[in-house]
Design a protein around this ligand. Structure first.
Ligand code: XMP
Length: 530
C-alpha cells in the first residue's frame, strides 16, 4: 500500500449514509484523508500519522447494547477531533457529558446561530445579516439535522458555540484540547456553509497543508509507477470509461510502450464509444492498443436470453474468456493495471473490515480468472470519482471521456429489456444518443444529472403516424441526480427538453413509437431497469 506523503485526516465511519461525503469535503479542501470503519486496527490508523480525526454520524444510540465505541487511541493521541452527530454523542458520552435518549427523530433544515464567532470552527462564517449581500442568500445559516438522541450536558471544559431553535447545543468545543462537536451534518450540501466548517477543522485546527491537488498527484504517481513497473510490461483492460481511461493515460505517461491496452468491443457500448476509444488512445495518444472485435461472439452467446442475471453471467464469462485468450497472445505479462477507485476500496473494507484487494474487472462482472495471477497496479485506489475526473482534466483527456457518465459493465444488455438483437441494440443506441445530445445541448449533463440514459422496453403499444396505425416498442428515459448512486432522485428535466427528445426519438428511431419518462426515485426503484 502506498502510504500518503501528505498531511492526512482519518475519518472513522460509524455507519452514516453521509460518511463518504465527509471524505469528499475534506479532499475538496485539498487535504488528503482516508475513511476507515471505526473498528479498524489502531496500528493501521496511526500508521498514517494522521493530523486529526473526524468521527462520522451513524444510526446507533450510545445507549444501544452493542453501540460502536470511541477507540482509545483517538483521545490518547492528543490530536484534534471533530465529532459529527453520532460522533458528537460518542465524544460527549466518552468524556463525561450526558446524552439524552430520544425516540423522536429530528430530520431536516434548521437555522444555526453562532454564539462564539471567534471560534476557529466558524472562522469566516457569513452571518444571516451579511448573507444577503455576500452570497445572495438568506439561507446562509441553514444546517441539516438528522438525529434522534442529542447532547444534554456538555463534558467538563466544553463550551457551547452555536445553537438552533431545537438544539441549544448544536455545536461545542474544548479548544484547548482541539475537540469539536456538531449535532448537524456539515458534509451535506443542505448545510450551506458546511464546506467552510470542514475546511476550518482540517486546515486551521488540525494544521494540514492544503497540498492535495491533481497536479501533485499526477507527478507523484508517475514517479511511483516508474518505480513499481521498472522495465516490465504491463497490461490494462480499457473500457473507455473514465477510470480505465485515466489509468491508461497515467501508466502510459509513466512507462510508454511497456503498456499494452486490451479493448474488447462486445457490441454493447453506447453510440460512438468504441470509435472514440480507438481515436483517443491509439491515434492521439499513440498507445499500444489491441482492439478485439467480439461483437459476433457476444451476440451469439446472448441470442434468445431474456433473464437479466443470465445476461450478466454470460457477458462476464465471455469477457473473461476473450480477455484471457487475447492476453495470452501478447506473451508473458505479470502486471495488470486496474481502474479501482476509492469507493470500491471502501465498499470492500466495510464488507469485511479489512481493506481487501478486490479484483474489479473493468466490466465489474465476476473478476478475472483465478489462474491468471496478475500483480495488480491500481493508481486511482485512493481517489473519488470527482478527483479522477480532475486528474483526467489535468492529463488533458477529451471532455467526452472525462464527463462520460457511469455505465454498467454489462453495458446496453441490461438496458435492452427482453431479447437482445442487433436491431434492437441499434434502436436503443440511437434513442440514447438523442437523449444525451439534448441534455448536452442544454448543458445539463455534467452537474444537473449524474446519470441519464434510454431503456428499450419489450412492450409494444399502438400509435398513429401519418394515416397509419403503428404497433411498436417503447423507449423509457431515465435521468437521476445523486451523490453516491446509493440513493437517487429523478431529475426534474425541463418539459421542453423532454418534448424535443421524445419527438426526435419517435421520428428518427426505427421500431419505436412511444417515449415515457421514469419518475421513480431510488429507493424504492433502482437506477437501472435491467
Ligand atoms: P442500480 O441500478 O443498482 O445502479 O441503482 C447503481 C449504479 O450501479 C451501476 N450498475 C452497474 N455497474 N456493473 C457495473 O459496473 C453492473 O453490473 C451494474 N449494474 C448497475 C448503475 O449504472 C448505477 O450507476
Amino acid at each position: 500500500m502506498n502510504m500518503p506523503k501528505h498531511d492526512t485526516i482519518i475519518i472513522l465511519d460509524y455507519g452514516s449514509q453521509y460518511s463518504r461525503l465527509i471524505a469528499r469535503r475534506v479532499r475538496e479542501a485539498n487535504v488528503y484523508c482516508e475513511l476507515y470503519p471505526w473498528s479498524a486496527s489502531p496500528e493501521k490508523i496511526m500508521g498514517h500519522e494522521p493530523k486529526g480525526f473526524i468521527l462520522s454520524g451513524g444510526p446507533n444510540s450510545v445507549y444501544d447494547k452493542d453501540a460502536p465505541l470511541l477507540p482509545k487511541y483517538v483521545l490518547e493521541s492528543g490530536l484534534p477531533v471533530l465529532g459529527i452527530c453520532y460522533g458528537m454523542q460518542l465524544l460527549c458520552h466518552s468524556l463525561g457529558g450526558k446524552v439524552a435518549f430520544s425516540n423522536r427523530h429530528e430530520y431536516g433544515p434548521a437555522e444555526l446561530d453562532i454564539d462564539e464567532t471567534r471560534n476557529d470552527l466558524f472562522h469566516g462564517w457569513i452571518s444571516k445579516e451579511q448573507s444577503d449581500l455576500q452570497i445572495g442568500s438568506r439561507d446562509a445559516g441553514r444546517v441539516w439535522m438528522s438525529h434522534g438522541d442529542k447532547v444534554e450536558t456538555l463534558p467538563p471544559h466544553f463550551k457551547a458555540i452555536a445553537h438552533t431553535r431545537n438544539s441549544p447545543l448544536a455545536a461545542a468545543s474544548d479548544e484547548d484540547r482541539g475537540l469539536y462537536m456538531v449535532q448537524f451534518h456539515p458534509e451535506v450540501a443542505h448545510t450551506i456553509q458546511g464546506r467552510l466548517i470542514i475546511s476550518n477543522f482540517v486546515i486551521l485546527i488540525c494544521g494540514c497543508k492544503a497540498d492535495w491537488t491533481s497536479e501533485i498527484f499526477i507527478k507523484e504517481e508517475i514517479s511511483e509507477l516508474r518505480e513499481k513497473i521498472g522495465n516490465e510490461r504491463i497490461l490494462l483492460a480499457l473500457s473507455g470509461g473514465v477510470d480505465s481511461s485515466v489509468v491508461a493515460t497515467l501508466v502510459h505517461r509513466a512507462v510508454g510502450s511497456q503498456l499494452t491496452c486490451l479493448f474488447v468491443d462486445h457490441g454493447l457500448l453506447r453510440q460512438g464509444e468504441a470509435e472514440q476509444v480507438l481515436r483517443t488512445f491509439q491515434k492521439e495518444q499513440g498507445m499500444q492498443l489491441v482492439a478485439i472485435n467480439a461483437v459476433e461472439e457476444f451476440m451469439e452467446a446472448l441470442s434468445g436470453v431474456l433473464d437479466p442475471e443470465e445476461k450478466r453471467r454470460i457477458i462476464g464469462q465471455l469477457f473473461i474468456r476473450i480477455f484471457e485468450r487475447e492476453a495470452k497472445k501478447l506473451g508473458e505479462i505479470r502486471l495488470l493495471a486496474q481502474g479501482t477507485i476509492y469507493p470500491d476500496v471502501i465498499e470492500s473494507a466495510s464488507r469485511d473490515q479489512s481493506v481487501a484487494h478486490t479484483i474489479k474487472t473493468h466490466h465489474n462482472v465476476g473478476g478475472l480468472p483465478e489462474n491468471m495471477k496478475f500483480e495488480l497496479i491500481e493508481p486511482l485506489r485512493f481517489l473519488f470519482k470527482d478527483e479522477v475526473r480532475r486528474v483526467g482534466e489535468s492529463l488533458q483527456l477529451p471532455p467526452e471521456i472525462i464527463w462520460r457518465q457511469p455505465f454498467p459493465g454489462p453495458g446496453l444488455a441490461i438496458r435492452c429489456l427482453g431479447e437482445i438483437t442487433w436491431d434492437r441494440l441499434e434502436s436503443l443506441r440511437a434513442a440514447d444518443a438523442i437523449f444525451i445530445d439534448e441534455l448536452a445541448q442544454a448543458d445539463l449533463l455534467r452537474h444537473e444529472t449524474q446519470q441519464a440514459f434510454a431503456i428499450l422496453l419489450p412492450v409494444r403499444s399502438v400509435g398513429v403516424m401519418g394515416d397509419g396505425r403503428t404497433y411498436k416498442e417503447v423507449i423509457a428515459l431515465r435521468a437521476v441526480t445523486t451523490d453516491d448512486f446509493m440513493t437517487a432522485d429523478w431529475a426534474r428535466l425541463p418539459a421542453e427538453l423532454l418534448a424535443r427528445a421524445s419527438r426526435r426519438i419517435v421520428n428518427e428511431v426505427p421500431g419505436v413509437n412511444r417515449v415515457v419518462f421514469d419518475i421513480t426515485s431510488k429507493p424504492p426503484g433502482t437506477i437501472e431497469w435491467e
